[in-house]
Design a protein around this ligand. Structure first.
Ligand code: FAD
Length: 320
């Protein structure tokens, strides 16, 4: 069976969920070969094997941390040269997309970004994308070279399928451009203790209806009762009520959780662009005519300050 390269997103060997989703999708096309860069390959290999990686190509070098993406592209290209895969899958993060695009240019291949599903086809893998603010669903395949495909988090449920996960060292020689952009300092983001917005299975978002930074605790309390991430509309972000890193939409982040709860959000096209592929959408809005109700699975017409605390209490009670 053809091999499929899967670029591993991890923190010191702790594999992040989007990579497990990629491995699950990769198995539809061929045998997944994971590419693990940086420390922790042995630890990661156990998880990667559990989710179907037949091999783990591992490389560790200071360059991966010290410089921006080019050393990682050099390494992924080395893996590509070693394996001649049927496809290369990369998580659809900002960094993932840059790595994927640079690799595609180098190997003369077509690229598909932000796929939400993947299947095998007679002429190569077929990717599903949700485009134009999720108004259309398209299926496409790369017609030139080895397909390089980035896949959005939460596109599929990770399914385990034990494989060998044998670690092999990957020899990487860095090109001149690898040391072009040095990382000179890092400021760790303050942890909210909540899941990462783009990877969360549940997102609870607040909009202008929240009416002030001091009221966002209402949204946070519901999010915490559900183990969810907190999102915000641009109106809430522009008003300074919540950080830009939490903005959902065209000029914010794209999320595709199992459950998206929009509170005090009207449902403007630019907001929908970032959340419309969510599996189940719930809106709480006091205006029954708000456009968000056109796309919801469940809608509550009511004042969020009445509804949300009651919902939080109910979730807590049911969780016992
Ligand atoms: C180029 C461009 C890019 C943009 N990018 C983004 C983006 O990335 N993300 C984004 O979100 N927007 C984006 N916007 C802005 C977008 O057009 C909307 O202005 C914005 O999404 C509105 O945010 P909102 O729904 O919170 O506010 P509003 O549209 O003002 O809606 C507030 C809603 O809250 C309801 N409400 C008020 N009080 C309560 C209450 N007590 N209880 C319940 N409901 C209540 C109201 O009925 C109303 O429906 C962009 C715009 C442009 C032009």
């Amino acid at each position: 069976m053809a091999e499929v390269l899967v670029y591993v997103d991890h923190v010191d060997g702790a594999v992040r969920k989007p990579t497990l989703e990629l491995l699950t999708l990769a198995r539809r096309i061929g045998d997944p070969v994971a590419v693990h860069l940086g420390p922790g390959a042995d630890q990661a290999a156990a998880t990667l094997g559990e989710y179907g990686a037949v091999k783990v190509l591992a490389a560790e070098a200071a360059e991966f941390d010290d410089y921006l993406v080019v050393p990682k592209v050099d390494a992924l290209q080395a893996a590509y040269d070693a394996v001649s895969p049927a496809a290369v899958l990369v998580p659809s993060s900002a960094e993932g997309k840059e790595i994927a695009a640079r690799l595609a240019v180098r190997i003369g291949s077509g690229i598909i970004t932000d796929a939400v599903d993947l299947e095998s086809g007679d002429e190569g893998p077929v990717a599903t994308q949700s485009v134009f603010a999720a108004a259309f669903t398209t299926k496409s395949r790369v017609s030139k070279g080895t397909p390089v495909i980035t896949v959005k988090p939460n596109s599929t449920a990770p399914e385990a399928a034990q494989a060998a996960g044998t670690v092999e060292q990957l020899a990487v020689s860095f090109g001149e451009k690898a040391s072009g952009t040095k990382v000179v300092s890092r400021t760790p983001r303050e942890s909210s203790g909540r899941p990462e917005l783009t990877e969360a299975a549940i997102v609870v978002s607040g909009g202008r209806g929240v009416n002030g930074a001091e009221n966002f605790h209402v949204i946070e309390e519901l999010a915490d009762s559900l183990g969810a991430a907190v999102g915000a509309s641009r109106a809430a972000v522009d008003a300074g009520w919540y950080p830009h890193s939490n903005q959902v939409g065209q000029t914010g982040k794209t999320v595709s959780p199992q459950l998206y709860v929009a509170t005090g959000i009207s449902g403007a096209i630019q907001h929908r662009a970032g959340m419309q592929t969510s599996k189940t959408i719930v809106a709480i809005n006091k205006d029954a005519e708000a456009p968000i109700f056109d796309l919801v699975d469940y809608g509550v017409v009511g004042d969020l300050f009445d509804v949300v605390p009651k919902l939080t209490e109910e979730v807590k009670t049911r969780k016992g």
